[in-house]
Design a protein around this ligand. Structure first.
Ligand code: CAA
Length: 381
């Protein structure tokens, strides 16, 4: 594994940083406050090839590797974590399973517009009673002729307010536990599909989080993703990839907070000199810079393992666990360096501090990551 970006990845990083600085940063504060989903940003990101970074070109994607994908999510999240997760969900949780499990027809009809950014996707797994226990979902899908009829509710669905297409998980055999779950590709404009209001949250406030409800919603059997009963596996393997994306998001949030704190420490004077000249602040900066690098390399290791077609459940969970907890520590120190100003809305650092918190929760809490890591470590022992 190379620990340096290659020429193509460096060029991508520069391009995405410029896009992030010019297009994403100017709106980051406002969308955090209003919670309005930034669809225009998503459309522009799609034009740049960022909606389907790893998807083959024949299906509308940019055909890059997973380290490149991490670079994209980190650079966007460095200025706006909301914008980072919107892309991460479309890439990892929607395009990736369509590419992996979709039929040729499904790829042409659904993956291509999603990967090119013409459409936006969401991933509908979580339910009011099924969060960490994803297999406990209650939404049902009953076969009726050439269709399935879906009934149920989903909660906390990122991109849900604006998504055109949802990957929905439902029980086709409620008696069969995890093995009775099936995945479906669902358009949001079909009868029986409805969504709730935008959910106001502590952070990543404009990521379109909402509830979805399905009432006698007919989905053609041709839109079943994978086999009947394969849905839990589809969800888990998809989340392996999603966790790499969230790890990259956490690295980006931490890097953004670090950059703000570093600049502030050089400008802010106390006792007649910049606070960066005090050893207490220098030690904070040293710890932050070291932790961010360690987290980034762990993330790239998971990405590299994925690209090398090895099972990367362990690496993804380790990256997600470490980066999200690192992001708490780094954003907290960045706020501390800002002192009282850091606690106000005038400075960006409080937004980074709030945004970082969700990375320990979504796509599997830290506690779930530890369960996954332990089971992999014990299995390999
Ligand atoms: N890859 C392949 N197969 C896997 C797998 C993986 N990563 N994880 C589990 N499986 C397989 C197991 O091998 C097992 O197969 P067999 O029955 O054939 O042996 C089967 O799936 C069941 O596995 P478990 O017994 O481990 O299942 P479990 O019910 O105990 O649950 C869990 C395991 C890890 C706790 C899982 O439920 C989980 O990951 N929970 C967290 C859910 C989550 O991350 N939700 C995120 C929602 S999406 C989101 O957050 C998006 C957003 O907002 C941005």
């Amino acid at each position: 594994m190379h620990v340096k970006l290659n020429e193509e990845q460096r060029l991508l990083k520069d391009t995405v940083r410029q896009f992030a600085e010019e297009v994403v940063r100017p709106n980051a504060k406002e969308i955090d406050e209003t919670g309005i989903f930034p669809r225009a940003y998503y459309d522009q990101a799609g034009e740049l090839g960022l909606a389907g970074v790893c998807v083959p070109e024949e299906y509308g994607g940019a055909a890059m590797d997973t380290i490149s994908y991490c670079v994209v999510i980190e650079e966007i999240s460095r200025v706006c974590a909301t914008s980072g997760v919107i892309l991460s969900v479309n890439n990892s949780l929607v395009c990736d399973p369509l590419d992996k499990y979709g039929s040729e027809e499904q790829k042409r009809e659904f993956l291509t517009p999603l990967a090119s950014g013409q459409k936006l996707g969401c991933f509908a797994l979580t339910e009011p009673g099924a969060g960490s226990d994803a297999g406990g979902l209650l939404t049902t899908a009953v076969r009726d002729g050439d269709d399935y009829v879906l009934n149920g509710n989903k909660v906390f669905i990122t991109n849900g307010t604006d998504a055109d297409i949802a990957i929905v998980f439902a029980k086709t055999d409620p008696e069969a536990g995890n093995k009775g779950i099936t995945a479906f590709i669902v358009q949001s404009d079909i009868p029986g599909f409805s969504r709730g209001e935008h959910e106001y949250k502590l952070g990543v406030n404009a990521s379109g989080t909402t509830e979805l409800a399905f009432t006698d919603m007919r989905v053609p059997a041709s839109q079943r993703l994978g086999d009947e009963g394969q849905g839990f596996r589809v969800a888990m393997t998809t989340l392996d990839g999603g966790r790499v994306g969230i790890a990259a998001q956490a690295v980006g949030i931490a890097q953004g907070a670090f950059d703000e704190a570093l600049a502030y420490s050089k400008e802010r004077e106390q006792f007649g000199r910049p606070i960066s000249s005090f050893q207490a602040i220098q030690f904070y900066l040293a710890d932050m810079a070291t932790e961010i690098d360690a987290a980034r390399f762990l993330t790239w290791k998971a990405a590299w393992t994925k690209d090398n077609k090895k099972r990367y459940t362990l690496e993804a969970a380790q990256a997600k666990l470490f980066t999200s907890e690192m992001a708490q520590r780094v954003t907290s120190k960045a706020l501390q360096i800002h002192g009282g100003y850091g606690y106000t809305r005038e400075y960006n650092v409080e937004r980074y501090f709030r945004d970082a918190r969700i990375t320990e929760i979504y796509e599997g809490t830290s506690e779930i990551q530890k369960l996954v890591i332990a089971s992999q470590v014990l299995r390999d022992a």
